[in-house]
Design a protein around this ligand. Sequence first.
Ligand code: ATP
Length: 508
Amino acid sequence: MSATGEELVRVDDLTKSFGSTRAVHGASFGIAAGEIHALCGHNGAGKSTVVKMLSGQETPDAGAIRIGGDRLDLHSRQVAQRSGVALVDQELSVVASLTVAENLMLGDLRAGWLNRRRAAGPRLRALLDNVGLGHVDLDQPLSELGIGERQLVEIARALGQDARLLILDEPTATLSDVESEYVYAAVRAVAATGRAILFVSHRLGEVLGLCDRVTVMRDGAVVATTAVAGLTIDSLIVQMLGEAPHRLRKRTGREAEGPAEVLNVSGLSVAGRVDDFSIGLRPGRVYALAGQLGSGASEVLRAIAGLVPAATGDIEVDGVTVRPGHPIAATRAGIAFVSNDRKSEGLFLDKPISWNLLATRLPAVTRWGVIDRQRWSTALTRLVGLCGLDGKRSADSVRSLSGGNQQKVFVGRGLGRSDVRVLLLDDPTRGVDVGGRAAIHVLLRDAADRGMTVLFSSTELEELLDLADVVITMHKGVVVRRHDGDVAGPVLLREMTHGAATPAEERR
Ligand SMILES: Nc1ncnc2c1ncn2[C@@H]1O[C@H](COP(=O)(O)OP(=O)(O)OP(=O)(O)O)[C@@H](O)[C@H]1O
C-alpha cells in the first residue's frame, strides 16, 4: 500500500438532485496525494453521480470541489480535464482501428505541434512504460492488443493529460485476474508519482487489496471514510447496507421439487467470460442470476439464447438439444430473449407501440400472408392489457413513451406467446423508475404463474429478493451458489462482490 501525503483533493457537501431524486446529498471526503481511494456503495448509492461531478459531466447543485486547495468550477469535461482530472470510464473510449500512439493523443488538449507523432514519441513511450506496456509498439494497431492492455492504454492516455486526480470507474470489471493485476500495478505506479486516485469498484476483494482508504456511500450520502487496514469484506457490506434488519427473501412455496425441468444447461462455457455453467429450470418459476458487471450472468443468458457463437456446452429444452450459437434454433425451441439494450437491440423507437408488440408474432395475426385486422386488434388489446399500457396510445411511437413504459413494450413482446417456454431477460429493469419496475415484476410473475420459465439477471438486491424464487449468484464467470430457500441480502451481496467464502472466512 502506498504511503499517503498531503490532502490533494477535497470534496465538501456535494449535492445533486435529478427531479425529485436526491442522487447525492452532503457528500464530503478527501483524497491525499499518492493515495488510492476507493468509492463503494450498492446500486444507486450515488457513486456515478459523484464521479460525474468530479469529471465535469454534471454540475453540483451545492458544495465544493477543491484540488490542491483551489476551489474549482468543473462545468464541462474539458474544464475538468484542464484542471487536472482524468477519467477512465467503464466504457473504454480508445479506438480499435487507430494505432496505440494515435489513441494516446486522442482528446489531448495540447493539440498542435507537440502532439505531432514524431515530436510526441518519447513522451508517449514514457506513458506506456509507466503502466507496464513497455513491450507494446507505439505504431501497433490497438486492435492487436488484448482487452486488459487496451484498458492500460486508456489509463496511460489519462496520465498523458497531466492528471492530478485520476478516476477509475470499475476498471477491472470485465478483466481476467491476470489482466486486473496489470491494472493494479499501473495504478500503484501512478499513485507513487504523487497523484490522487479515486477507484470505483464493486469488487470488494480488490478494494481491500489495493486501496488505502475507502469512502462508502448509501442512499446518496457518505456513510464513512475508513482506512482499509481495519476493514473486512463483511464490515464493508455492513457499511454498504446498514445495520437495519436485513431483508430475507421470502419463501414462495415454490420449492426445488415440482414439474420436470424444461431447460437444462450443462457445462456452458464462453472463453474468458463463463466457465462451466450448469442449471436446470422448472416451469412456473422465476430464477435470477445475480452478478455484477463481469460476473458472466449476461453472457450466460446470451449464450442460452444462441447469441454467442463461441459458446460451448449442452443446452436442452424439454429434452431436445439446442446447439449453442444458433439463435434461430433457440427461438424454435421456445427460448425468447430480452436484451439489456432496448434501444439498439430490440425496439424500433419510431414505429408504433402496436407494431413493436406484434412484429414478432406475425403468423398469429396474418391470414394468407396478409394482416387480418380482427386478429391483429384482438392480439393487440390482449397484449396491451397484459403489459399494463394505455390502449389509446398504441398508434404512438415507442419513442414517445417513458423509459419504464418502453421497457414494458420490450418485455411484453415475449409474453402471452404459447411458443415461448423460457423467457430470458438481461437486467430487465435497468434505468426504469420504481413504478415501472414494480409493473414489470408483476408481468414476469404473471408469466411464471401461467407456466413460463423466467430467468433474469440483475445486480439489484431488492429486485432479487422481491422477484426471484431461486437466486444463483455469479462472480468472475462462475456460479458461487444456488439459493433455493430463504437468503438474506448481505449474503447475496457478499457472493456477488467477492465470490465464494474461503475456508478461513467460512469458519469465522
Ligand atoms: N440522469 C439521472 N436522472 C434521474 N435520476 C438519476 C440520474 N442519474 C442518477 N440518477 C439516480 O440517482 C441515484 C444515484 O445514482 P448513481 O448512478 O449515482 O448510483 P451508483 O452508486 O453509481 O449506482 P450503480 O452502482 O448502480 O451504478 C439513483 O437513484 C439513480 O436512479
